[in-house]
Design a protein around this ligand. Sequence first.
Ligand SMILES: *Cc1c(COP(=O)(O)O)cnc(C)c1O
Length: 346
Amino acid sequence: MSQWTRNALKILSSDQLRTSDTHLYRLDIPALTGIDIYLKDESTHPTGSLKHRLARSLFLHAICSGQIREGTHVVEASSGSTAVSEAYFAKLLGLPFTAVMPASTTRSKIVQVERLGGHCHFVGHASQVYDAAEQLARETGGHYMDQFTYAERATDWRGNNNIAESIFRQLAEEPHPEPEAIVMSAGTGGTSATLGRYIRYAGLNTRLVVVDPENSVFFDSFQQRDNTLTSQACGRIEGIGRPRVEASFLPEVIDGMIKVPDAASIATIHWLERMLGRKAGGSTGTNLWGVLQLAQDMQKAGKTGSLVTLMCDGGERYLDTYYNADWVAEHIGDITPWSEQLALLG
Ligand SMILES: *Cc1c(COP(=O)(O)O)cnc(C)c1O
């Protein structure tokens, strides 16, 4: 093993030691007595989203697989949180990093990648990012990280403080430490893969429910057991929902899926802000809407218990979109019917 590799692993390990685990909030929802709802706050990672865990795992996996060495140019197809988190780790390791993104990518994401020393390479359309990233890596002798393929296998799913282990450890002294269900949305599908595998590994009775936004093929692909489905339309909930079934999406570990209207997701983050005093990204609304449906089902069945989901990123990134009434009216539509339903809960 080269001195660089040894040192790189030490840098990643000491960085992890300096950072702390994320909080698990318990929401207090007046209308849902006997049902405890928990929210794992992934927005507090140094790069602001759950992709911090993924980026660390992808770098570790690629270094230990001999694919990233001293000076390796790291390339990723991402216009979102993954590009920001990978730029952070590339900088830490002194590696050149390029994010391949559509020209339409929001300015703030570009600024964040560049502030971390990363480079942004633009293509005309979102569907071109995969091929362009692969080609750029090949031409420069670099490494294409390929989050959509490697997310499920780069994560240490049995433990090592992965998100599932962390959640169950934090629940240990709660009234219902074994939740009825964990609800998660899918972008790469990596987080739901880790949760689903861990639930089996730990022998738990918890169900894994995956929520999917409009214009995504995951829900239909799950129902029809068809992983060749594609869609032309663009999703509006950043970070989740895909126009193709990504390799990291593992339907075998999922117990059920719920389709969530985009307007319901956005209404839910506004409702959450009143409950918790915090803004969250759109995917957190999708997650929490799914949880609230399950909670109401439990209530109707006379059950008590707990439900868990994730706050995937914070809302400060979306002040111009999900938290801007004009933008919401134009791109999402009228959210009042959903807000009225939520208001009944508290
Ligand atoms: C990536 C992402 C998700 C989905 O996580 P995966 O593990 O990729 O399925 C959800 N929300 C946000 C904001 C994300 O960036």
